[in-house]
Design a protein around this ligand. Structure first.
Ligand code: 2AM
Length: 190
């Protein structure tokens, strides 16, 4: 049974930049740069027939390309920090693409995703990390400069069944229309 999710890839140059932010928190498992991604719709472990339906229905997405902007660093989990993330600007194009994936997955019979979409790129997963250390980490990386990159496709990734984690494999890719995002390659958003 494959474990699947749809996502936007993080370009190599951006991944290299993000990888400089690794280190400095005990108990952190830093993601390898080649595994950075922006999850759109987590699908989970499904049978091969449903996987084919997922891959097929995504072919019907007809949307323009756009830009993704990373706006800063943050954490998930509050007093029990569980991840260090790069926050992503929730632009209409991104939100609408994600919402379309959600509708499509429900149309083929998958249960609705209960959690609100909070776009992000996970940089580290944390276990028993100190709240103070995480706060220190985030304050010393305050110099993170907002950066944008063009998105001309999304992908269907698989990860190790029932285990998750990388390496992630691109099972299918889906182009977005036009060049909107491409005209401003890696332009700084600020
Ligand atoms: P994360 O980056 O916030 O950890 C592949 O596992 C991707 O799907 C990961 O990026 C992860 O998001 C997300 N993911 C993993 N398990 C999930 C779950 N049970 N529900 C929603 N998203 C999940």
């Amino acid at each position: 049974m494959p474990r699947l999710f749809t996502a936007i890839e993080v370009p190599k140059e951006i991944g290299t930049m993000l990888s400089m932010l690794r280190g400095g928190i005990h108990g952190a498992r830093w993601i390898d740069p080649e595994n950075y991604h922006l999850t759109l719709r987590f699908i989970g472990d499904i049978d091969d027939r449903t996987a084919n339906e997922v891959a097929g229905i995504l072919d019907f997405v007809e949307r323009p390309s756009f830009k993704v902007t990373l706006t800063g660093l943050g954490q998930f989990g509050g007093k029990k920090p569980r991840a260090i993330i790069a926050s992503v600007q929730p632009t209409p194009a991104l939100i609408e693409l994600q919402a379309e994936h959600e509708r499509m997955m429900q149309r083929i019979g998958l249960p609705a995703e209960g959690r609100r979409f909070t776009p992000h790129v996970t940089l580290a997963r944390l276990r028993d990390a100190s709240v103070i250390e995480v706060a220190d980490y985030l304050s010393t990386r305050g110099g993170f400069r907002s950066v944008s990159f063009p998105v001309s496709r999304f992908v269907l990734y698989s990860s190790r069944a029932s285990q998750g984690g990388g390496p992630y494999i691109v099972e299918a890719d889906y182009p977005l229309r036009g060049r909107a995002g491409l005209e401003q390659r890696y332009a700084n958003a600020m």
